[in-house]
Design a protein around this ligand. Structure first.
Ligand code: ASP
Ligand code: MG
Length: 413
């Protein structure tokens, strides 16, 4: 019998009616002869509400106590879903993360799963029960409740699928899959029937928010196929899995973008060893993640250095750079918060050289200036003015025919 781990996100269990509908869906799947382990999130908005409650008492809530509080969101949902199933005549049993044996380290609010004891789940499945597990939480070696970081129910589901050697991990959410680009920006966006783990990581890391990044990484490491599906609409969803040989794939699979970038440009810095370290070391010491970095040769003996950080780190970066500017010579210091990053993503980029050229040509024809470029094996990213972002997305989506199923195919093996 197939063993499926399903995960329902917060919007899917956002009300009693929705929970009842999810129970119906589970019963239908069970009638198809599947063994089911179901992971649920807290009801929509509940975790935010709990975070706010904690903050109304304390500016910096104690991490251990915060976990005790946050874990209650999922505990409510598992019980309600189990009740809904029992009410409809389906044997079911709910467990918190700690009860079911999800062991984590002690890093409160961002714990990592170390191992899962699946014996209880196996016993319940053998008795024909649907097992319902609270997402986002576990227990450390001292018996403390831990949580896995926001969006962590995805990780719970993938980890359970790995521990149980499930046939598939299904992530039910409010969209019916992973799209070539955000359909809010490009109505021609198309659902991808499959996407590789590497592509998904680039798409997620560049702003496409369907699944928690850590969960996608985990799925790749454990080789667990993950399917993203809509709770509200029938359909095949998108299969996210490690790359297989001989798979026919488009050159470009999707476009990701991120409006939350801020750009810094340091002109006329000394072109000598140690300068980059003098600039970036204090930034990393302050836990600022620097995204794109481009250095070019400036006038005699100097260089120009441009880089981007997340918008939320803008003020901190600025204050650190002002200090750094007192110790090294910087001729001119410019910043721009109204920039965005756009990335073309696709495993087909590995074997195709002309994609960057086509991308730059399209942007040029649109009169859009490219401020910075960076590439990786399966991605080309550019920084451009935020005001031009949507125009750029649509032009590129059209040019690479992403709205059309499998027009340009390459064998990527
Ligand atoms: N309820 C948690 C959150 O909102 C975990 C999850 O939904 O995945 O972040
Ligand atoms: Mg989520």
């Amino acid at each position: 019998m197939a063993l499926i781990v399903q995960k329902y996100g917060g919007t899917s269990v956002g009300s009693i009616d929705y929970i009842r509908a999810v129970a119906k869906k589970i019963i239908k799947n069970r009638e198809l002869g599947q063994d089911l382990v179901v992971v649920v999130s807290a009801m929509a908005g509940e975790t935010d509400r709990l975070v706010q409650l904690a903050h109304s008492l304390s500016q910096l809530p104690n991490p251990r106590e915060l976990d005790v509080l946050l874990s209650t969101g999922e505990q409510v949902t598992i019980a309600l879903l189990s009740l809904a199933l029992l009410e409809q005549g389906c044997p079911a049993r709910s467990y918190t993360g700690g009860q079911v044996g999800i062991h984590t380290d002690s890093a409160h609010n961002k714990a990592r799963i170390l191992g899962i004891d699946v014996s209880k789940i196996r016993a319940d499945l053998a008795e024909g029960k649907v097992v319902i597990v609270a997402g986002f939480q576990g227990v450390d070696e001292h018996g403390n409740i831990t949580t896995l970081g926001r969006g962590g129910s995805d990780t719970t589901a993938v980890a359970l699928a790995a521990a149980l050697q499930a046939d598939e991990c299904q992530i039910y959410t409010d969209v019916d899959g992973v799209y070539t680009v955000d359909p809010k920006v490009e109505p021609e966006a198309r659902r991808l029937s499959n996407v590789t783990i590497d592509e998904m990581l680039e798409l997620a890391g560049n702003g496409a928010k369907v699944m928690q990044i850590r969960a996608v990484e985990f799925a790749g490491q454990c080789d667990i196929p993950v399917r993203v599906l809509s709770t509200f609409q029938e359909g095949p969803g998108t299969l996210i899995a490690n790359e297989t040989e001989n798979l026919q794939r488009a050159v470009v699979s999707g476009i990701a973008f991120n409006r939350d970038e801020a750009k810094f440009l340091l002109q006329g810095i000394p072109d000598k060893p140690g300068i980059a370290a003098a600039i970036f070391h204090p930034l990393s010491a302050a836990h600022i993640e620097v995204d794109m970095i481009v250095q070019t040769l400036g006038e005699e003996g100097t260089a120009d250095l441009a880089f981007t950080v997340h918008q939320r780190d803008f003020a901190l970066t600025l204050s650190i750079l002002e200090k750094v500017a007192k110790t090294i010579n910087i001729k001119r210091f410019i910043y721009d918060q109204a920039v965005a990053k756009l990335s073309l993503v696709g495993v087909g980029l590995r074997s195709h050289a002309g994609v960057a050229g086509q991308m730059f040509q399209v942007l040029g024809q649109e009169g859009i200036n490219i401020q910075l470029v960076s590439t990786s094996e399966i991605k080309i990213s550019v920084i451009l003015a935020e005001a031009c972002l949507e125009q750029a997305v649509r032009a590129l989506h059209r040019s690479f025919q992403l709205g059309v199923e499998s027009k340009k195919m390459v064998a990527s093996c």
